[in-house]
Design a protein around this ligand. Structure first.
Ligand code: HAM
Length: 438
């Protein structure tokens, strides 16, 4: 490709050579997850997968890149996510965006693969990275991870309750109980039309007191004013009409049924009539789970019903409901509460070697131990026995096998119990027997 008449490859070469002296780091708001941390992530992922299994949700993995118009139409052109926070680029005719959330992609997959033809309701969950170009701070990153679940094809309030129960169960299993579940109904289209008008009528006479951002929302999306964090908007928001007074009979009935099911499940909630969510696809139920242990970014997760989204992106009318939660925020909450996420990984066997023949022996015999399900490591750098033992200790090793020329000649090796600091001389088959169940 040529850009302004210059060959693309030569531009890239210039950029790379200019950067040759620089130290490469991750982008702002994006972090590496190193092994000690990754082990905590694995623990949490196991809890999520176990919860998904118990609710009988199947996993879905969608691409990280989606078509920009899908996200724009699905999430809403006027939302912060679409208007300010997308990582989007074009390649030829195609418009790519790093997915900022998982619901529109799942809805796209539902339509693309005609999942409705499989009959019944589709219950899907996902875990994966999402991207939003927000201003990074504690609990807010530009690449972050969500786990979420969606029920597609049911308008029943039981589906709303099961979705919320799935989300709440993950936190309960991990021991995060200090949470607040806020719920609301944002109504069906007829309720929302009436409410939108009521809000416009209410805010219009006070427009000069609204913040600049809220002023821009008054015409297009007055419900988002309720979500404003601007100080000058707060007194007006406090007196604004509440949606519950504008809900149609059908919406009120749905909302009442959701609350009844939550009561039956023993899930405590706070009705929050001014709860509006930052994505445009919601209809009826909306909810958010927050934690006082998180600081400013206190939303652990959120979700709701989105009965019009699938039709909006080209599918048959299909009611649906779901939630998504931030994994980083879950980890912050665990840390604040001192919840231990699994044990640091221990090493079963370290083969300590002296000399080339011993190193070759270690490489050859490790697979036999690994086949028995043991974790096995060894030295790859020809270091001293002392250095290798030091490493074995650092890696929380249970047993060391010490191999040198004399051991190889005699066919017997020092088998050291690192926990008890005791050792005996054993043949390799005797060592293997020690690890076999009786
Ligand atoms: P959301 O409220 O935009 O909803 O995001 C859900 C959760 O993702 C938030 O509560 C938060 O924990 C986490 N999160 C969002 N942005 C960031 C960020 N920049 N850094 C760290 N964590 C973040 C959705 O995404 C909807 N798709 C939820 C849904 C599913 N609705 C129906 N189905």
């Amino acid at each position: 490709m040529r850009i302004f008449g210059v060959d693309e490859t030569s531009i890239i070469r210039t950029i790379v050579s200019n950067m040759a002296q620089a130290q490469f780091t991750t982008h702002h708001g994006m972090v590496d997850i190193l092994p000690e941390e990754a082990q905590k992530w694995q623990f949490i992922e196991t809890v999520i997968r176990e919860t998904a299994r118990s609710f009988h949700f199947g996993e879905i993995r969608t691409p990280v890149l989606e078509q920009t118009p899908l996200i724009a139409r699905g999430v809403g052109e006027l939302t912060d996510i679409v208007s300010k926070e997308m990582f989007a680029f074009n390649r030829g005719e195609d418009q790519y965006v790093l997915r900022p959330e998982g619901t529109a992609p799942v809805a796209r997959a539902f339509v693309q693969h005609r999942l409705e033809q499989r009959g019944g309701v589709q219950k899907l969950f996902y875990i994966g990275p999402m991207f939003r170009a927000e201003r990074p701070q504690k609990g807010r990153q530009r690449q972050f991870h969500q786990f979420g679940a969606e029920i597609l094809g049911s308008a029943d309030p039981m589906a709303d309750a099961e979705t919320i129960a799935f989300m709440v169960t993950v936190y309960q299993k991990l021991g995060i109980t200090n949470t607040v579940l806020k719920i609301n109904s944002v109504g069906d289209p007829s309720s929302r039309k009436a409410y939108k008008e009521a809000l416009q009528n209410f805010f219009q006479p006070h427009v000069c007191h609204l913040s600049p951002i809220s002023k821009t929302r008054l015409e297009s999306n007055p419900m988002r004013i309720l979500d404003s964090k601007e100080e000058e908007d707060q007194p007006l928001i406090e007196d604004a009409p509440v949606i519950t007074d504008y809900l149609s009979d059908a919406a009120l009935e749905h909302y009442a049924a959701v609350k009844m099911h939550l009561d039956n499940l023993g899930i405590v909630y706070q009705e929050t009539p001014r709860l509006v969510r930052g994505l445009d696809y919601y209809t009826q139920t909306a909810f958010e789970l927050s934690s006082p242990d998180l600081g400013a970014q206190d939303a652990l997760g959120g979700g709701g019903r989105y009965d019009l989204l699938i039709e909006e992106i080209g599918g048959q009318p299909t009611p649906a409901v779901g939630f998504a939660s931030g994994m980083e925020r879950l980890l912050i909450a665990c840390e604040a509460l001192g919840i231990q996420l699994g044990e640091p990984a221990a090493l079963d066997v370290y083969i300590v070697t002296r000399g080339e023949a011993a190193r070759a022996w270690a490489l050859k015999h490790a697979p036999e131990l690994r086949k028995m399900g043991l974790s096995v490591s060894m030295d790859y750098a020809g270091r001293s026995i002392k250095a290798q033992m030091k490493e074995a200790n650092r890696e929380n090793t249970r047993y060391a096998i010490i191999v040198g020329d004399t051991e190889l000649e005699n066919g017997e090796f020092t088998f050291r119990n690192m926990v008890e600091s005791s050792e005996t001389m054993l043949r390799f088959d005797e060592i293997c027997n020690r690890f076999r169940p009786l």
